[in-house]
Design a protein around this ligand. Structure first.
Ligand code: ADP
Length: 412
C-alpha cells in the first residue's frame, strides 16, 4: 500500500514514498529543484540505498515526475519494482478556497476547482495542477487525491474570516481569510491531545507553526476558529522573508514613493521582508540568533524582538477569541528546534498561569515533548510536524473509502 506524496512547487517537486501497510514507513524521498531552469537537480534517497543525484535540464513538471518514477523503480537506487507498486498519489494543494473543506479524490470537477483558485495562489495551484495532470498521463490507472493547505481552516466563522472591505469584494472575488499550513496545525494538535490524553472536542488550543513561513491557529474543540495567514500567506506573523501584518496604506505609500509595480511590491512583502528585511543578514533563524547573541548585532536583536513580540500578541488575541486556552503547541523548524524562542515567548505568558519547565525545554532533536510542568494549567507541547504523513494518510483513507463505495454499488 505505497502512497507517493507529491508537493509540486513552481520550480520544484518534493516527494516521499510511504508504505501505509507497514506503519507508514518512509521508503524513499527526494527533491527535484530548478525545474524550468538550466541544470535542474534531483536528489533522491531510497531506504538502505546510496543517495542518487542527477543534473539535467528539465523543462516541465511532467518530465521531472517521469524521472522521479524512474528513480523509484531503478534496480540500483530505487525501492519498488514497478509502477504497479504505487497504490495512490497524494498531492499537496495550496488553495482549496471555499469549495474544499477536506481531502478529495481527483476528478474533472476537482481539477476545475483547483484551477479556479489559481488566481488566489498563482505560484502554487497551477504547479499543483500540473503535477496532477502529469501523473494522470504517466500513471493513468493510479487514483490521485488532493490534500488542501486551506481545508482545515474552513471551520473559521464568518466574522473571523471576513475583511472589512465592501462586501461585494467577497461576493465577486471571494476576498477573505483562508489560512494555510492546515495539515500541520491539525496534525500537531491531534498528536499533542493524544499524548496528553486530552479530549479533542473539549480543548482550547493554540498551535504555532514556526518555519520559514509561519502561522498560528486557534483551535476550539477540534475546529480551527481563527488563523493568522489570510487570503495569501503574507498576513500574520513575521516570517523568514515575509512581512506579516502590515498597514495596507504603508504599502500603497511605498509603491507610490518608489514607482513600484505590483510585482515589485509582491517581491518586497514576500521575499525581502521579515527576519531578512530587518536584520539585513539572513532569513535563517540560526544566522539571526548567531549575529544577535554572539556578535551583538543590534538589528538582528531587533528582528528577534519583533519576531517574539508578534507571536505573543497573537497568543494573547487567541486566548481572548476562545475565552481561554488549555494547550499551546510549537512546531516547524524554529518551533521544534529553537528552545530559546520557545522560552522567550512562554516566559512572558505567566499571566495565563503557565508553569514553564526550563529544564525540559532543551534541544529536543525532533522529539515530541511536554515543556510545561505537570501541574501547569496550560500545557505547552513541542510536536514535530509531518505534513507528508498526513497527506499519505488522507490519500489512503479517501481511496479506500471510494473503493468501498464502488464495491457496495457492485453488490447492489
Ligand atoms: P519551511 O517553512 O521552509 O518548511 P522549516 O520548517 O524547515 O521551514 O524551518 C526553517 C527555519 O527553522 C529556519 O529559520 C531555520 O533557521 C530554523 N531552524 C532550524 N534548526 C534550528 C535551530 N536548531 N535553532 C533555531 N532555528 C532553527
Amino acid at each position: 500500500m505505497n502512497i507517493l506524496v507529491l508537493n509540486c512547487g513552481s520550480s520544484s517537486i518534493k516527494y516521499q514514498l510511504i508504505d501505509m501497510a507497514n506503519n507508514a514507513e518512509l521508503l524513499a524521498k527526494g527533491v527535484f529543484e530548478r525545474i524550468g531552469l538550466k541544470d535542474s537537480e534531483l536528489k533522491h534517497q531510497s531506504k538502505r540505498k546510496e543517495p542518487y543525484m542527477l543534473i539535467k535540464d528539465v523543462e516541465k513538471h511532467a518530465e521531472g515526475i517521469k524521472i522521479i518514477l524512474k528513480a523509484l523503480t531503478d534496480p540500483n537506487h530505487g525501492i519498488i519494482s514497478s509502477f504497479d507498486d504505487i497504490f495512490a498519489v497524494g498531492h499537496r494543494v495550496a488553495h482549496g478556497g471555499e469549495i474544499f473543506d477536506s481531502s478529495v479524490l481527483v476528478n474533472e470537477e476537482v481539477k476545475k476547482g483547483i484551477e479556479q483558485y489559481s488566481e488566489l495562489a498563482p505560484l502554487h495551484n497551477p504547479a499543483n495542477l500540473n503535477g496532477i495532470i502529469s501523473v494522470e498521463k504517466l500513471l493513468p490507472k493510479v487514483p490521485q487525491v488532493a490534500v488542501f493547505d486551506t481545508a482545515f481552516h474552513q471551520t473559521i466563522p464568518k466574522h473571523a474570516y471576513m475583511y472589512a472591505l465592501p462586501y461585494s469584494y467577497y461576493e465577486k472575488h471571494k476576498i477573505r481569510r483562508y489560512g494555510f499550513h492546515g495539515t500541520s496545525h491539525c496534525y500537531v494538535f491531534e498528536k499533542a491531545c493524544d499524548a496528553l490524553f486530552m479530549r479533542k472536542d473539549q480543548v482550547k488550543a493554540i498551535t504555532c507553526h514556526l518555519g520559514n513561513g509561519a502561522s498560528i491557529a486557534a483551535i476550539k474543540n477540534g475546529k480551527s476558529v481563527d488563523t493568522s495567514m489570510g487570503l495569501t500567506p503574507v498576513e500574520g506573523l513575521m516570517m523568514g522573508t515575509r512581512s506579516g501584518n502590515l498597514d495596507a496604506g504603508a504599502l500603497l505609500h511605498i509603491m507610490k514613493k518608489n514607482n513600484m509595480t505590483i510585482e515589485d511590491a509582491n517581491n518586497l512583502i514576500n521575499k525581502k521582508s521579515g527576519l531578512y528585511g530587518i536584520s539585513g543578514l539572513s532569513n535563517d533563524m540560526r544566522d539571526v540568533e548567531e549575529a544577535a547573541w554572539n556578535e551583538g548585532n543590534e538589528r538582528a536583536q531587533l528582528a528577534l524582538n519583533m519576531y517574539y513580540y508578534r507571536i505573543r500578541k497573537y497568543i494573547g488575541a487567541y486566548v481572548a477569541v476562545m475565552n481561554g486556552v488549555d494547550l499551546i503547541v510549537f512546531t516547524g523548524g524554529i518551533g521544534e528546534n529553537g528552545p530559546e524562542t520557545r522560552e522567550i515567548i512562554c516566559k512572558k505568558l505567566e499571566y495565563l498561569g503557565i508553569k514553564f519547565d526550563f529544564e525540559k525545554n532543551t534541544d529536543l532533536k525532533g522529539k515530541l515533548e511536554m515543556i510545561s510542568k505537570h501541574d501547569s494549567p496550560v500545557k505547552i507541547m513541542v510536536v514535530p510536524t509531518n505534513e507528508e504523513l498526513v497527506i499519505a494518510q488522507d490519500t489512503f483513507k479517501v481511496v479506500a473509502a471510494h473503493e468501498d463505495e464502488v464495491n457496495i454499488d457492485d453488490d447492489l
